[in-house]
Design a binder for this molecule. Structure first.
Ligand code: URA
Length: 424
């Protein structure tokens, strides 16, 4: 077997065998296959696709490239949630404490920002002192003691994905359904949870730009999960506009607290409650009505908010020291009308430009910067009304670039539904 023949096969749209896929992953991780050879193969896969069987073989080879977490010593069902990535998506920060406050176990391995999308770990690290890098034993101990831990994946967990993702990010091979499915599922299978709820974002601020592709990705991930006897539920949700108001790390932590206090923006609040109800229903094997009651109860009594503070304290964070920039400028609408479209990806890029995200792995994030999107699709705005607040750091931003992200029209445009479809 050799890599050149394998690349050639995929280039000619011939399916790869299990052995060939295992050969590629093993030798790429051990550095016997070079980045340029892997890039060529990834591009051939992105262009020519993979069958479901090939994707399952790829997931398995990636999963077996490193350690797997065994959570069986923790009693009760272990739940995990994943998002395919969006702009302003702080769902995990709010959802994890809600679900844990109902008594279920949330064993959450999270990632950093990718491209224009933000990552849970970067958001949490906006809280001074907070540690997400923990040993497997500490991760398990925390879940056992307080029902929830949010950790950055260990370097030993799916090393194949770490190398492949970094390469995909710089070779325009991120947006491939089989590569996304195997990347997400190998990591989630390695993290050991019994039930996985995946928020598949759809829209101009997501990897999946339309519902058809999102459904394909969802069905493929469910099929991979079945292969390992794991329950996977995919919920397709709207990413045609940022989620909530806040984009940027400290701002998103602040908004998460607001949601837990019952005073957050409507869209993020509704989405988190919807996801929490699904997780509690599955985790406790109860009806939707019973799950709804439990979720409402932990929110109204403040138990979910207390759980959030408990996680922060357990992970050594000091929320009182979190900083949000006080260099704030207001961007005002330049005409009157209805907002019909928001270029969500461009907004994500602007927040990255402000310093809230990275261009290179080594870049240091500026947690205090970001944007607040005060008007959403379907809203009516008057000329000179405030549209966006910008929280500046060292880097400047061009006001017109922000205004260009909004399309304002005289005719009303109905916003896309927040929850598009649930696939099980
Ligand atoms: N998230 C992942 O973890 N992997 C991908 O390939 C895309 C989104």
């Amino acid at each position: 077997m050799n890599i050149v023949d394998i690349i050639n096969k995929k280039r000619k749209k011939i399916s790869l065998t299990k052995e060939e896929i295992e050969y590629v992953i093993t030798n790429y991780v051990s550095e016997n296959i070079t980045d340029y050879q892997m890039s060529a193969l990834l591009m051939a896969i992105t262009i020519n696709g993979m069958s479901d069987e090939e994707t399952i073989y790829l997931t398995d080879a990636m999963l077996n490239s490193g350690d797997k977490i065994d959570l069986t010593s923790i009693s009760g069902i272990k739940l995990d949630k994943h998002s395919t990535g969006g702009v302003g998506d702080k769902t995990t920060l709010i959802l994890a404490p809600i679900v844990a406050a109902t008594g279920l176990n949330m064993a959450k391995m999270s990632g950093r920002g990718l491209g224009f999308t933000g990552g849970t770990i970067d958001k949490l690290e906006a809280i001074p002192g907070l540690k997400t890098d923990m040993s497997l034993n500490d991760f398990k101990k925390q879940v056992e003691e307080i029902h929830v831990a949010i950790a950055s994946g260990s370097k030993k967990l799916v090393p194949a994905d770490k190398k492949m993702y970094a390469l995909r990010d710089v070779t325009a091979t991120v947006e491939s359904i089989p590569l996304i499915a195997s990347s997400i599922m190998s990591k989630k299978l390695a993290s050991g949870a019994d039930v996985l709820v995946i928020d598949v974002k759809v829209g101009n601020g997501a990897l999946m730009k339309n519902k058809e592709d999102a459904k394909k990705l969802a069905n493929l991930m469910i099929k991979i999960g079945k292969n390992y006897n794991k329950k996977v539920v995919c919920i397709l949700t709207n990413m045609f506009e940022p989620l909530g108001e806040a984009i940027g790390n400290s701002l998103e932590v602040e908004e998460s607290i607001n949601v837990l206090q019952g005073k957050g923006p409507k869209d993020i609040t509704s989405l988190v409650i919807f996801l929490a109800i699904q997780m509690v229903k599955i985790g406790k094997d109860i009806t939707i009505e019973e799950a709804t009651k439990e979720v409402r109860n932990v929110l109204v009594t403040g138990k979910a908010l207390n759980k959030f503070y408990e996680v922060i304290k357990y992970q050594h964070g000091n929320i009182k020291e979190m900083v949000i920039s006080d260099k704030v400028i207001s961007i005002k609408a330049n005409k009157t009308g209805f907002i019909t479209e928001i270029n969500t990806e461009a907004i994500g890029e602007l927040s990255r430009k402000l310093g809230a995200g990275r261009y290179q792995k080594e870049d240091v994030i500026d947690s205090k910067v970001g944007l607040k999107i005060l008007k959403k699709v379907g809203d009516f705005v008057i000329n000179d009304e405030e549209l966006v607040k910008v929280y500046l750091g060292e880097k400047d931003i061009n006001i017109n670039e922000i205004l260009d992200c909004f399309t304002i029209n005289e005719h009303y445009h109905k916003p896309n539904p927040l929850i598009i479809e649930t696939i099980v």
